[in-house]
Design a protein. Structure first.
Length: 189
């Protein structure tokens, strides 16, 4: 069995897959402020509904982003921690692939910009939504399509398996952080 998580968007999701990558079950829920709790509850519900146990998992997968800085970290941390604790491998796919494996995808960037992954799989930043058919979510998108953990099904050949400690998010932008006015200084007491 494979356990997968996605939390790079306002929708958190969890899925169970067979070792061959076929979907056993998936669940999603809006989770703007508690993606970790939602993912773990969804996982517990799926395991119970399918009479499976987490100890039977052989691979842990995560949505690697791009997406909200904290949101992306949630799925990666869950997959990484569970894989490390079980001594199993981890892996992931981009949020682009978890929206549409081969189509044009747009994701919100910042200040009205979008990340656009074209059919050539190259990612660029654009100010306007494309005219060609696309899937994705963000401002101005009337029918949003969010990345879902269940879309790992059928894409295992794209997943690069790594040891748990090597699983990391794929950010396209550096995090927006500020420098404190009074930096922390070690006390010399």
């Amino acid at each position: 069995m494979i356990i997968a998580f996605s939390s790079s968007s306002p929708i958190a999701s969890t899925a169970l897959l067979t070792d061959a990558g076929e979907l056993i079950g998936g669940s999603q829920e809006e989770a703007k402020f508690n993606a970790s709790g939602v993912c773990l509850r969804l996982l517990s519900d799926l395991l119970r509904a399918h009479q499976l146990r987490v100890v039977d998992c052989m691979l842990y997968l995560a949505d690697l982003g791009p997406g909200s800085f904290t949101g992306v970290k949630v799925a990666v941390t869950l997959a990484k921690t569970m894989a490390m604790a079980a001594g199993k491998e981890a892996g992931g796919l981009s949020a682009f692939d978890l929206i549409s494996a081969d189509g044009v995808v747009v994701l919100p960037s910042k200040r009205g910009e979008f990340f656009l992954r074209g059919l050539d799989r190259d990612v660029t930043t654009v100010n306007d939504l494309p005219e060609e058919p696309y899937a994705g979510f963000g401002p101005g998108i009337v029918v949003p399509t969010y990345p879902l953990a269940s879309r790992f099904a059928g894409q295992l050949e794209r997943v690069v398996r790594v040891s748990a400690e090597k699983l990391v998010p794929e950010y396209l932008l550096a995090p927006s952080i500020s420098i404190p006015n009074k930096p922390y200084r070690e006390s010399h007491a």
